[in-house]
Ligand binder design. Sequence first.
Ligand code: ADP
Ligand code: ZN
Length: 609
Amino acid sequence: MPDDGRFPIETLQPDPVDVLSRVFGHPGFRGRQEEVVRHVAAGGSGLVLMPTGGGKSLCFQVPALCRDGTGIVVSPLIALMEDQVAALRQQGIAAAALHSDLPEGEARKVLADLHAGELKLLYVSPERLTLEGMLSRLEGLPIALFAVDEAHCVSQWGHHFRPEYRGLGVLSERFARTPRLALTATADPRTVEDIRRQLGLDEDPVFRGGFDRPNIRIEASPRDQERGQLRAFLKEHAGVGGAGIVYCGTRVKTEQTAEWLRADGHDALCFHAGMDAGAKRDAHRRFARGDAVVMCATIAFGMGIDRPDVRWVVHLDLPRSPESWYQEIGRAGRDGLPARALLLYGAGDIALARHRIEESPADPAQKRIERQRLDAMVAIAEAATCRRQLLLRCFGEDASEDRCGNCDVCQDPPRLFDGTVAAQKLLSAVYRTGQRFGVGHVVDVLRGRLTDKVAQFAHDRLPTFGVGKDMADALCRSVARQLVARGALDVAVENHGELVLTDGARPILKGEEKVMLREEVARVGHAPRGARTGAAATPGDPLFERLREWRKAEAQAQSVPAYVIFQDRTLAEIAASRPRSLDQLGTIPGVGRTKLDRYGAAVLKVLSD
Ligand code: ADP
Ligand code: ZN
């Protein structure tokens, strides 16, 4: 065993809490980790549902270290495997990965180590694991456990279905006595049942962690000047360090956004499924390396982002469901430090998403579900009550408090006003102009502006011409958007974006329905004072900065991502408590025994210089 006698040769299993503190340097488990770890260490199987950043990895890493034999981890992405292996090696754990990118010679070496019993954890791609040769090889070896990471890839319900994952059902047949642990951040009940069935875990417990991520401040805002809003947001993050992700609705928008951000002086990259494999891998590596990059991406960029210091996630277009939004913003702040998620959206996005559902080939039941998800997403975007509560309710979780205190609505509640008359004016202007014009022209008619187009269509002779003289343009647009959001108006997005009435408009026009609207006074994406992200460690503390420089050099020398050496959080803690001895340094969370041996002296030297 390569662990230098850290695990005494005895028949008793090491205690999980002990392993956690000695090897990983963490003082205790979080949430349901301990329950899962003890269950698996004792030979049990099950399914773990925890949010991104919830700490799923330890749920299989610790029991693998407690049990005899090698822990086999199935992972869908090579980049993800490599990062995890690098991080494990930093903790002094014998780990390796087997996948199609590995040169033949190296693969042989990994297999030899496996047979010699010298690996505690082996990451394998699903297609490699399910080869007959590999399965029969493993049958002859002591296996501590199987972990299936990103287990939702097995389900066709999710957005990340991977046919190779289907073959993993074989594990329950051929390794019935070996613990099998599936892990995912997807909480959708249908996907969960699918995973259990496919992987033969029907009889085994499901461990559901809390889904709240209180360190992520969430905010949403109508998109009026996309670039200006994003610029203002980025300005608030200047000097904070860490990375950011800008999610865009289309591939071309990722490229355009990265381009103007670069022109603005940001280190911006793009990522989407249309790029070739090499370019994707490069982008992934640049991101993982720990530089302060801005990644402009479609939702194809997600799985396998292990980087703990993503400080913010911005959506420039409306996500299709609260589940996807939650997954995407969950990539921020995995280190537990303050992070921010901003959603920008417009009436066109809402209409486009609705049209896509209607036109999709899905069956009616599936469409109904998609519609409900989209409505829930729109409700969050347009919320007049705590956004986090609305979000958590989508996962069947009822927050105990009324207000989370860390969303824009809680911190700066929008005022509501009775907008029935304003809504009626706008709807009748749409109706009178023949439902053939976009919001710009409708606003001109409402405000009584004699433009060429108004003259051309004689719209100045309509009774609605000028009835909205007292309504500012921004208000008219906001009313239109809110009417789209509540389904009283539609936007013909496939056409020229003309506004069209729906059945939902009638009761409003007839005065049978009261319309409460949000007042929007230039709340465009600005965090209230004091909400700066980046309490991020201790920005500006010269000691912290020196430690980061040391870490950067060390990471470069070993060509590993910076955070696998020490996370920001750990460096901040070191800078704050200024340990004077190795013993003191060893008590800091995140400093396990191996890291203390390897880096302790160097860190103390940085501190004393
Ligand atoms: P997930 O796979 O669920 O997205 P990870 O396993 O990558 O999450 O863990 C997220 C972060 O939380 C990592 O930086 C990890 O070091 C940290 N972490 C997990 N469990 C603990 C713990 N018990 N104590 C301290 N830090 C933890
Ligand atoms: Zn809130």
